[in-house]
Design a protein around this ligand. Sequence first.
Ligand SMILES: C[S@@+](CC[C@H](N)C(=O)[O-])C[C@H]1O[C@@H](n2cnc3c(N)ncnc32)[C@H](O)[C@@H]1O
Length: 429
Amino acid sequence: MKTNEEQYFHDILDLLKKYEYLHSLRNIDFFLQDQWKKLPNDWLLFLKDLTRDELNQLPRNGHDHPKCPETLKSFLIECGRLSVLTDEPLAMQPLPDTISKSVKQKKRHELNHLTSFIVSLCDQLNCNRVVDIGCGLGHLLRAIGNQRPLKLVGIDSDAACCSKASTSFDVQSGSEFRSKTITANATKHQLDEMLLGSESDRTAIVSLHGCGDLQPTILKWFAEADRAKAPLLIAVAWCYHKMSCGEDGTCINFPLSSCCSTALDSFRVSPSSLRLACQETAIRWESQSHEDHDKHERSFVHASLLQLFFANKGLDPLSLQPRHRRRIMSSCIFEAFVEAILASFELSAVVKAEWSEELNKLWTPLSDYTFAVEPFTALQVALQAPLESLLLSDRLAFLKERGLNASLTPVFNAAISPRNMTIVAHEFL
Ligand SMILES: C[S@@+](CC[C@H](N)C(=O)[O-])C[C@H]1O[C@@H](n2cnc3c(N)ncnc32)[C@H](O)[C@@H]1O
């Protein structure tokens, strides 16, 4: 008999296995691997006729469309059912706004909400010290310091960030910024030394948008840390696809929990799936304008066509100089795209003519399938929620398996800041 948690991981994995073609391949290989052909025919026929406004609604409301095929309906409903993401942030105590006007709107939103959340939990858990790991320019610590007289420590692997952060802090504030890297192979003792204060300090560990391996590494250390000294963890993730992989291509920090690992069995989550997990969410997709769709479709098609052409010629797309790539990708029409490719190489007139003909030959049959790009992307947007949910739920399960009181809380409005779920772990209140 499976627990609810085991059943949840099994259900997500069933969905991911069944629709692997939607998330595990690189979008850049769309034409190279005929990805649109993998969509069921009745889905393609239905999707072909949708207006762009209907496409915007597809991930969350497509199942209500009277012409939606039954299997597509089930897919969309299952994606919604398996999501643990929430768009609206938890209602938080408003704090006096002390954030500099020069900080951009998205960051202001994040700082205001997260600060309110952090200070309220620090008050409840009697924390007198906050360590922000991956502190960047120290905006979060500054916002916290403006609300409470806490000891503040910022840690970031980027020395330039730390130095900028410390110069913009009041020298009297007692806060410190250390340029240190939290590496996966650091011992518990080394991390204790780096993160915990004196005997009497109760430290809240916070991390806003800790990318790649950073959040899993913090979680692993926190699970073993002395609870009296580190009673609280508040961490928002970022860039799952930057997690490192072992020599066999398996992600080192996924899965973390035994529960997810058992359900996963031999299934591998590909780098493309991890990338999709941290891409646009359904709520942001809903507000795409027609121009946004046109622009996305154009760059998607150009990138995939370039990939196909280079593969046929045995060329490495990475060998293109960035300025050439930019020019190719920004072409508005096919003819300009071809021109930009030809201008990126020193070619004789004869070779230019040959390449131009080859590109035209490639494009003619494919141009009929550009209609599939935005629907394909809409289906990927629907899968983003279960994919990110899988990663977050695994991290949560890991903490719970180690006896921690852990939960996922929406701290930002997802329409403003898509990576809006924070992992919170603390001793029992
Ligand atoms: C996405 S940025 C977030 C910065 C800041 N928290 C914010 O939200 O504005 C991630 C930060 O984590 C830092 N970082 C990444 N990996 C790290 C590691 N292993 N140890 C320490 N800092 C790290 C980076 O230098 C970067 O400043």
